[in-house]
Design a binder for this molecule. Structure first.
Ligand code: ADP
Ligand code: MG
Length: 483
């Protein structure tokens, strides 16, 4: 029952959410590209991590578009975790679009249409645009209220008075109430540096004015200098959008905000669905921007998890889409061995499962031949132990050493996923048994209670929840019903 050590003050509350991969912060590679035994939340799987590091370098150098990487390995060997680490390494400026193979089956949208949409979500465009803006440090922020014209209770905002200060002067602006909402959304307060686009009223918070840099502030803040020049001026603005954003904005111009106003000058606004024709038009404008040097293409990553869930039509489409000049890097993950690719989404109606010969990872061979394959391997017990330990930490669970050993044993014997899955239930059991201790809270933070899980709770959880193989044994003798 050691008191929790002092940890860093974090500005976000990310650690309180417990999605399956929250402990993964990156690939954990050294500067020479080799893998640390344990870093970035990653443990072991060194070869695959190093290979993914190369993939990151290639994407950054824009040399990887139109190619595919296949992560192939058993369930729970870290394929999904690897792909998410790649996205973290690439940062927020490179688009990363994760989907699961089965996601493309929907009653409303055609499979190939859904695939295309996600392809376009994975291709970014960095557009430089000169816009008329008001930019400065906020010196005043006063809503002007009026009586509610409908005579109801309360008052409504008629205008917002904003004072902006730049190096060359100050300006007072009277703004529309709709801009007030945008300002609230960006959480603008006095002393922030913001700019407001003159045409659209879009508000962007740039950072905190560095005049306030000495103020006592626990939050990580970005301090920026008071803008040079006049408050009202023309400013080059860099925007990161995806091709899909452009499709949406041009299909429904009145709803889709002003994504890139340059687009509007070249394409007639229309109200339509996103069609092949519209995409072709968007592509044309995009390549013109690129030729003029106004925009850069940023090919990102499309990640298709559980790719063996796709069917033949989708595989064919995928292979063809990879050939197009506007293609991202595609990362696929499959946990299948030697099986036939699915020929149809509803094989109940087309008993053709054995039409295709079995091929590795459930992918048709022509697609497979375009892939660089990165294998992932099952973990040894010590690796499982340390993965379980980092998951427990994220979930706010204290595992005594014997409990950790027990879970590592379960992981090695049954599966990593099962072991990780038992942490939550055993923590609940421990809490019910009153095994909570008070962890020392950080400065100004409330004291947090931590559950202390022992071997008993883990065994109990293991009895309550079966793993797949135990279930399989139990139903194995039946005839399709649990009888
Ligand atoms: N090498 C690793 N280091 C840390 N955590 C891992 C590692 N490999 C897998 N995990 C974690 O184990 C769980 C299962 O891994 P996952 O990536 O879902 O496997 P797969 O996609 O191959 O089936 C996830 O919570 C994942 O974050
Ligand atoms: Mg997975």
């Amino acid at each position: 029952m050691a008191p929790t050590a002092i940890t860093d003050v974090k500005s976000t509350s990310r650690e309180h959410r417990t999605a399956a991969h929250t402990h993964i912060k990156g690939l954990g590679l050294r500067s020479d590209g080799t893998a640390e035994p344990s870093s970035g939340g990653f443990v072991g799987q060194a070869h695959a991590r190093e290979a993914c590091g190369l993939v990151v370098d290639l994407v950054r150098a824009k040399k990887m578009s139109g190619r595919a990487v296949l992560l192939a390995g058993g369930p729970g060997t870290g394929k999904t975790a690897l792909a998410l680490a790649v996205s973290q390494e690439l940062g927020t400026k490179v688009p990363f679009c994760p989907i699961v193979g089965s996601e493309i089956y929907s009653a409303e949208v055609k499979k190939t249409e859904a695939l295309m949409e996600n392809f376009r979500r994975a291709i970014g465009l960095r557009v430089r645009e000169v816009k008329e803006v008001y930019e400065g440090e906020v010196t005043a922020l006063t809503p002007e209220e009026t009586e509610n014209p409908l005579g109801a209770y309360g008052r409504t905002i008629a205008h917002l008075l904003v004072g902006l200060k730049s190096a060359r002067g100050t300006k007072k602006l009277r703004l529309d109430p709709s801009i007030y909402e945008a300002i609230q959304k960006e959480r603008v307060r006095l002393g922030d540096v913001i700019y407001i686009e003159a045409n659209t009223g879009a508000v962007k918070r740039v950072g905190r004015s560095d005049a306030y840099a000495t103020e006592f502030d626990l939050e990580a803040e970005e301090y920026v200098p008071v803008p040079k020049g006049d408050v009202h001026k023309k400013k080059e603005i860099v925007q990161d959008v995806t091709l899909h954003d452009l499709d949406v904005a041009n299909a429904r111009p009145q709803g889709g905000q002003d994504v890139v106003s340059l687009m509007g000058q070249l394409m007639k606004p229309k109200k339509t669905e996103i069609t092949e024709k519209l995409r072709a038009e968007v592509n044309k404008v995009v390549s013109r921007f690129i030729d003029q040097g106004v925009a850069d293409l940023v090919p990102g990553v499309l990640f298709i998890d559980e790719v063996h869930m796709l069917d033949l039509e989708s595989f064919t489409y995928l292979a063809r889409a990879l050939e197009s000049p506007l293609s991202p890097l595609v990362i696929l993950a499959s946990n299948r061995g030697l099986v036939s690719p699915r020929t149809s989404a509803d094989s109940a109606f087309s008993h053709t499962d054995d039409d295709l010969p079995p091929s590795p990872h459930g992918l048709p061979t022509d697609l497979l031949s375009r892939c660089l394959i990165v294998p992932t391997f099952p973990y040894a017990q010590p690796e499982i132990r340390s993965i379980v330990a980092s998951r427990a930490k994220i979930e706010g669970v204290q595992l005594a050493d014997p409990a950790l050993d027990e879970l590592a044993g379960v992981g090695a014997e049954i599966s990593l996923r099962y072991a990780v899955g038992l942490i939550g239930p055993s923590a609940v059991l421990a809490r019910v048994a009153g095994k909570t201790v008070l962890g020392s809270g950080q400065m100004g933070e409330k004291e947090k209670s931590v559950v202390n899980v022992g071997v008993e709770e883990i065994r109990e959880a293991k009895d309550l929840f079966w793993d797949a193989s135990r279930s399989a044994k139990a139903v194995g003798t039946g005839s399709g019903w649990i009888g």
